[in-house]
Design a binder for this molecule. Structure first.
Ligand code: FES
Ligand code: FES
Length: 185
């Protein structure tokens, strides 16, 4: 299974990742984390690295339909997996097929409700929010606070993020025509 490697170099392992609907056959060192492969090998830099120690949630992506901190998942652990990053959210794909490219209703809600300032935490917040709404379409504020307890924000004080997620969930529950009016995207 181990691919040939130059003398002295760490061996590389073949993996297949489906990322945002596209299959990638890669060879990675066993020590490399999923977030680094996404950012450095696949150039998907929307996913951020804040702490690299599973504290901040900036690196949150979806793996096989659930939110994970990609700085704590080895790329080889994700072999065969289906990964969704914030880049696909902008195209609306986790939310529904056939959508025009543009802001997802959850992203639009963050804009409309001042859920971001510097924006560094925002991709991870959005991925955690979408994981929540997929399981709990009408979350309470308590549900939202639990869902983002692993996502740190140094700017907003969190209340505007809770309001954004509540509004984003409500917009996602609307028919498209009504949603476009609500989200204003
Ligand atoms: Fe992964 Fe902070 S970079 S939790
Ligand atoms: Fe700056 Fe959250 S908006 S860290």
């Amino acid at each position: 299974m181990t691919a040939a490697a130059p003398t002295g170099a760490a061996p590389r392992l073949p993996i297949r990742l489906t990322v945002n609907g596209q299959a990638h056959d890669l060879e990675v060192e066993a020590r490399r984390m999923l977030v680094d492969v996404l950012r450095e090998d696949l150039d998907l830099t929307g996913t951020k690295v804040g702490c690299d120690t599973s504290q901040c949630g900036a690196c949150t992506v979806h793996l096989d339909g659930r939110a994970v901190k990609a700085c704590t998942v080895l790329a080889v652990q994700a072999d065969g997996g289906d990964v969704t990053t914030i880049e696909a959210v902008a195209a609306g794909r986790p939310w529904g097929p056939g959508l025009e490219p543009g802001l997802h209703p959850m992203q639009a809600a963050f804009v409309d409700h001042h859920g971001l300032q510097c924006g560094f935490c925002t991709p991870g917040m959005i991925m955690s929010a979408l994981d929540l709404v997929a399981r709990t379409p009408e979350p309470t504020d308590g549900d939202i606070r639990v869902a983002i307890h692993g996502n740190l924000c140094r700017c907003t004080g969190y209340q505007s993020i809770v309001e954004s997620i509540r509004a984003g969930a409500a917009a996602m529950a609307q028919p498209r025509e009504a949603r476009d009016g609500v989200a204003g995207s």
